[in-house]
Every structure is written in structure tokens, then in C-alpha cells.
Design a protein around this ligand. Sequence first.
Ligand code: UDP
Length: 328
Amino acid sequence: MKRVLITGAAGFLGSHLCDRFIAEGCHVIGMDNLITGDMQNIEHLMPLKHFEFHHHDVSNFVHVSGRLDYILHFASPASPIDYLKIPIQTLKVGSLGIHNLLGLAKEKNARLLIASTSEVYGDPLVHPQNEEYWGNVNPVGPRGVYDEAKRFQEAMTMAYHTFHGLETRIVRIFNTYGPRMRLNDGRVLPAFIGQALRGEDLTVFGDGSQTRSFCYVDDLIEGIYRLLLSDYAQPVNIGNPNEITIREFAEEIIKLTGTSQKVIYKDLPKDDPKQRQPDISKAKSLLEWEPKVLRAEGLKITYEYFKSLPEERLFEKEHYSFDDYIKK
Ligand code: UDP
């Protein structure tokens, strides 16, 4: 039985990964400091014999007893509002955190996969973004704490691979959506659906001409799983190349939810990338992977999830307001 450590286990992607590895018959050790994670995402796993949860911050020394085959590092704040609220933790988990996990992987002779991001490409000057593009990142802008932490994380991981011969994998994740996204983390999809459910207007930042390409979570998890089992140590983009403007996206959410609210426009946050679309040629050829779930299908499932949450969660206070976010 494979033993797998998943950091950020109570988060959106971490919890789906825990589900996947449990379904594959692994023993899963989930770790999370619960700054942005939510135990409700893994509550269903807690009674299982082959799931254990460790409440721990991986920026501090990480101890796991026994054998480990795989480590998946998914602990990190991951929304622009979070970077502003907890910038130092964001930097620490991508730097001190990865150093601890690389040390653990070396000690246990485990294969380590890190969650990197399309943010390493910054506000990209190459479109669509392929893995050979080095990016256009502002290190001292509001997103710098995340972008640079993830870039450092890639560099550190590659150094352990080349210097120590550690088995490593790097996935560059593009915008992903699905059940268990945090309702009030400021990301565009929960923001729009939350607004529709509360009967508020949908806030489009800027003129809404910026683009994103949204991947449904099940597709992403499949891509990550295949990458982990591959023998490829260079970064691989995983995402859905189906690109859409944020204005069109708001219209889709209005149609999906049947809300009678309208779109209102707010200032564009600083350094908000103008366009984003993954070039997934590498994933296609190396992993024989491509996304399967259509946006209409994925959005419907995600909307049903948000609708099923207790109503009071819809009105939980945002820990950082949109207006503060735009001002920074
Ligand atoms: N966005 C928006 N309204 C919102 C939240 C986000 O128009 O209420 C925009 C945001 O400016 C960005 C896009 O939606 O252009 C995606 O934002 P998100 O925070 O989800 O992710 P990222 O910018 O990291 O791709």
C-alpha cells in the first residue's frame, strides 16, 4: 500500500487529491495548518482507517513517522485577497515549507510533486503560455509574494532534483474551479455565484476584457495523478485551454443562476493579468491527458454545491473586502 503525504489537505485541491489517493487504495496523511483550509472539506475522510490528519504548519519542521512513497505539496494561500491578508505566510510556505518537504522527501526517499501555478508567467507577454516561457512577474506588486514564492519553490525543487537526484514533479496549475472552493476568498467564480445567490450585482473588475481559462477540478486531479506517475521532472502545464473573457463569464453565471441581477464594473486590481491560456501540448503528448468536462457541465455541478451550503455561509463576512483589495 502506497503511503502519501498531502499538504494543504483541507483546501480545495488538497481535499480532492486526498479523495483520489484514498480511491486508489493508498494510505493518506493529510496535513494542514487550517489558515485557509476548512475541515469540512475532509470531514468525510476522518473516520477512514487509511486517512490520518495532522494539524501542522509545514513552514516549521515536518515530521512523519514511517515510510512515505509520495509527497504532494499543495499547502499555500491561493487567492489574490489571501496574498494581501497573509503575505508573509504565503512566502514562507513556498520557501521554508518546500525546504522542509524536500528534506523529508530525501530522508524518506519519496517522490515529491509540487503545486506550481500559471502565476509564474505573471502578466504574460506570450500567449498561450507554454512551459518554455519565463514569465513577466512584478516581484514587489501585490501578487509578488505568491508568484515569487512559487518561482522559488520551482527553483528549489529543481536544485534537489539535479543536486541530490531526488524524484520531483512540477505541475503549473491554471485557474481551476469546482465544489469546495472557498465561498468568500475573492476568486471570480465563488464571488459571482455568491453574489447571484445573495441577490447582489456581479462585480466585474476593469472592463472585463481580461481572459482566463477555467479547468474543472476532476480534470485537473487526473492530470496531476498522471504527472506524478510519469518520469518527467520538468514543469508541466495542467489546465483547460478554453479561454473566455471575465465579462462573458459573468453573463454565463447570470444565465446559469437565473439571477435578475446585473453586472457592475469596479477598478481593476494592480497587476491583474490581461490574458491567460495554457498551452497543454506537453501534457497531451507526455501524459496523454486533456480536459474532458465542458464548462457548462462543470459550472452546473459547482453551482449545485454552493446552493447546497447552509445559507449562513453565504453571508459569512469576507475577511478582506473587495474595495480594500482594489485599493492596494
Ligand atoms: N474578478 C472579477 N470580479 C471578482 C473577482 C475577480 O472581475 O469579483 C476578475 C479578476 O480581476 C481577474 C479574474 O476575475 O481578472 C480572475 O480572478 P481570480 O481572483 O479568480 O484569479 P486570478 O486573477 O488569480 O486568475
